[in-house]
Design a protein around this ligand. Structure first.
Ligand code: R1P
Ligand code: URA
Length: 288
């Protein structure tokens, strides 16, 4: 059965609705970033750029870096945007956009998030780079997908639900082991909390009080055996969960630009991001 026009919306040129892309516009290896301005910061290292397309916060550059074809794409902030990006990237490779039929042999993309993040542990300093092993989503995205948590992941997310006294179970999901090993070699390895906001959901107080005044300390102290939360941001759990559901390899690389325990902001944040970008590009060239 073809997928109806109302469900898979295409633009007049046949491109997917929000990303504005056709299948030939993307590589099978995709770097994603939140900030649209980070896209040219990455593609400036390319030998050549063959595709530059922008719509809303979704800016895409595809080109070659040391002979390897790469796409870099911005998502904006939050797992709601990640949901659009993951579904439309998947449609580009796994749905025939003309017949609207699902392809028989699914293609698996490699998706690498390069993002900024806040540390939740004194031992994870500003200026460091961290690869996410497990991500935990405090957002409600997985309430709408057939995402089932069992075993270790279920234990962690149930314990966090109880510890924070949440009215719903967060979702805990592991990223790609292979990408973490290939790209995260000498990086810190950690467990990333994905929050549905930057201020109260990350314990920041401006004019509004928090419901839980001790939220950051509760994140900092939460543990199950040797599982600790190391950092937080706003996208990784959405990527990891949809990566598992759709069959794509995903990893998240974090530039730690703030430490919420020592209350420091990285004076060299731009350099911390830049060095994560160059390190990642060189490592991507080395993998098949
Ligand atoms: C908040 O400032 C934004 O920065 C982090 C958060 O996840 C959120 O999107 O990621 P990016 O640096 O990729 O935008
Ligand atoms: N991004 C976030 O979401 N939180 C931080 O503290 C830093 C970057």
């Amino acid at each position: 059965m073809p997928i109806a026009e109302s469900e898979l919306i295409l633009n007049a040129d046949g491109s997917v609705y929000h990303l504005n892309l056709l299948p030939e516009h993307i590589s099978d290896t995709i770097i994603t970033v939140g900030d649209p301005e980070r896209v040219p910061r990455i593609s400036k290292y390319f030998d050549s750029i063959e595709v530059e397309i922008a719509k809303r916060e979704f800016v895409t550059h595809t080109g070659y870096y040391k002979g390897k074809r790469l796409t870099v794409l911005s998502t904006g902030m939050g797992t709601d945007n990640v949901e659009i990006v993951m579904n439309e990237l998947d449609a580009l490779v796994n749905i025939d956009l003309v017949s609207r039929e699902i392809n028989e042999d699914p293609i698996s993309l490699k998706i690498i998030r390069i993002g900024t993040s806040g540390s939740l542990q004194e031992s994870i300093p500003v200026g460091s780079h961290l690869v996410t092993e497990y991500a935990i989503g405090l957002d409600t995205l997985m309430q709408f997908y057939p995402f089932v948590q069992t075993g270790y992941e279920n234990t962690i997310s149930s314990a966090l639900q109880e510890s924070l006294q949440l009215g719903f179970q967060p979702y805990c999901v592991k990223g790609s082991d292979i990408l973490r090993e290939q790209l995260g070699k000498d990086l810190l390895t950690g467990n990333t909390l994905t929050c549905p906001g930057f201020y109260a959901p990350q314990g920041r107080v401006l004019r509004l009080e928090l419901k839980d005044a001790d939220l950051v300390n509760n994140f900092n102290r939460f543990n199950v055996d040797d599982f600790w939360l190391t950092n937080f941001e706003m996208e990784t759990a959405g990527y990891y969960a949809l990566g598992v559901l759709l069959g794509h390899e995903v990893t998240s690389l974090n530039a730690i630009v703030v430490n919420r325990i020592t209350q420091q902001f990285d004076p060299n944040a731009e350099q911390t991001i830049e060095s994560l970008i160059t390190k990642t590009l060189d490592r991507l060239v080395a993998i098949s």
